[in-house]
Design a protein around this ligand. Structure first.
Ligand code: NAP
Length: 367
């Protein structure tokens, strides 16, 4: 049944002038929860979707209607959307906020986890759009808000699948924006930076002691909680900044806000070699390279006849100080080159940063 038909059958619904908003992923303490509270505080009629109603204890007291919804299930999506349309007669704004984090070395994350990430962050978002957009298109009005991430602009090591899913959500939103504009439906990407929520707490990352990345485990764990580190924007502040922008007559196509948001956005414009150089140092892949080189050198030293000589008190071994002169020459050369690159890269990085700012400002004002 179309939204128009529902409204005709229930005339009282058409008289309710409140903006009807459906927000997914509203478990207590997360971004969705605070977006729902802020929409309600601004006079909207809010339906807050949660996977389990137990995760939305205080919503009713805030005049928010809780709906059970799992975005990975077509039946659940259809039931929830039908419920909202039957209750309110229409959906003016859909906020696709539900999402999961996925952390781990890209070649070691298990396939089920990759599927779950894309099924939630991309297919689930698409499923919601496909369920809600037709009624908006019939009414020639509506706003779809897709919560992406600054990771969708520029990734770091260890979150490749999460970043890929968010980049996909951004690209899908861009296509939807152009395809739905003729029907009067707007599409907005909200790209949060680091916001305090349950995102890292909901992570189910399995440590594998046999991993080739075992020595990088502290760096991987640190990346899992990076968005929640000191300086993370509070969820309520995020909602207070974003919601008024979404309720404007013509919301911007992209709203980027939160801790590290601008720097991550700017990183996109920095040449990959320089970006990789800094991210490798910040997120532990440089240290991993050094650890691996050291292990290789130790193994080569152990096999080297000259160092064996030292072990047995021989003169040759003593002269070489126990280190094989032929051990890992590649690591030695690469280490010197990297040091040179580090020194040389500072002015290059400064120039690139100025260039990136110029490009960013130019593209910002050109939109
Ligand atoms: N926090 C940040 O720093 C940050 C940064 C960039 C982007 N984001 C994005 O912001 C959005 C909200 O995340 P958050 O930070 O508020 O994390 P959160 O507290 O973990 O909230 C995620 C919400 O999504 C729900 N969800 C997960 N899978 C779902 C599914 N299959 N169906 C329906 N709901 C599902 C979760 O429900 P359960 O409680 O039942 O698991 C939870 O309510 C996500 O899309 C996230 O990627 C967050």
């Amino acid at each position: 049944m179309t939204a128009a038909a529902i409204a005709t059958q229930s005339p009282g619904l058409a008289d309710d002038r409140r903006t009807v908003v459906l927000v997914t992923g509203c478990s207590a303490g997360g971004i969705g929860h605070h977006l729902a509270l802020e929409f309600a505080a601004r006079g909207c009629r809010v339906f807050a979707a949660v996977r389990s109603l137990e995760k939305a204890p205080s919503l009713a007291s805030q005049n928010i209607e809780a709906v059970e919804l799992d975005v990975t299930s077509g039946a659940s999506v259809d039931a929830a959307v039908s419920h909202v349309l039957a209750s309110a007669g229409r959906i003016d704004m859909l906020v696709n906020n539900a999402g999961v984090l996925c952390v781990g070395p890209a070649v070691e994350v298990d396939e089920d986890r990759i599927r779950q990430t894309f099924d939630t962050n991309v297919v689930g978002l698409a499923r919601m759009c496909r369920a809600v957009a037709p009624a908006m298109m019939d009414r020639r009005r509506g706003v779809i808000v897709n919560v992406g991430s600054v990771s969708g602009y520029s990734t770091t090591p260890w979150v490749g699948y999460y970043a890929a899913s968010k980049a996909a959500a951004h690209a899908l939103s861009d296509a939807l924006r152009m395809e739905l504009a003729p029907f009067g439906v707007s599409v907005v990407v909200v790209a949060p930076g680091g916001i305090k929520s349950n995102l890292a707490g909901n992570l189910h990352h399995r440590a594998d002691p046999l991993s080739r990345y075992a020595s990088a485990r502290p760096a991987i764990e640190a990346r899992a909680t990076f968005s929640q580190s000191d300086g993370a924007t509070s969820t309520s502040r995020f909602a207070q900044v974003v919601v008024p922008q979404l309720l404007r007559r013509n919301p911007r196509a992209y709203i980027t806000y939160g801790n590290h948001a601008t720097s991550t956005w700017l990183l996109y414009y920095v040449p990959p070699a320089i970006r990789d150089f800094f991210l490798a140092r910040r997120f532990g892949t440089r240290q991993l390279a050094l650890d691996l080189a050291a292990t290789l050198a130790e193994e080569s030293t152990a096999k080297c006849p000259m160092s064996q000589g030292k072990a047995s008190g021989g003169a040759a071994g003593a002269r070489s100080g126990g280190k094989c002169p032929f051990a890992n020459p590649v690591a030695a050369v690469s280490s010197s080159c990297t040091s040179l690159l580090a020194v040389a890269s500072l002015p290059v990085a400064a120039a690139a940063a100025v260039l990136a700012c110029g490009v960013a400002v130019y593209s910002f004002f050109r939109n």
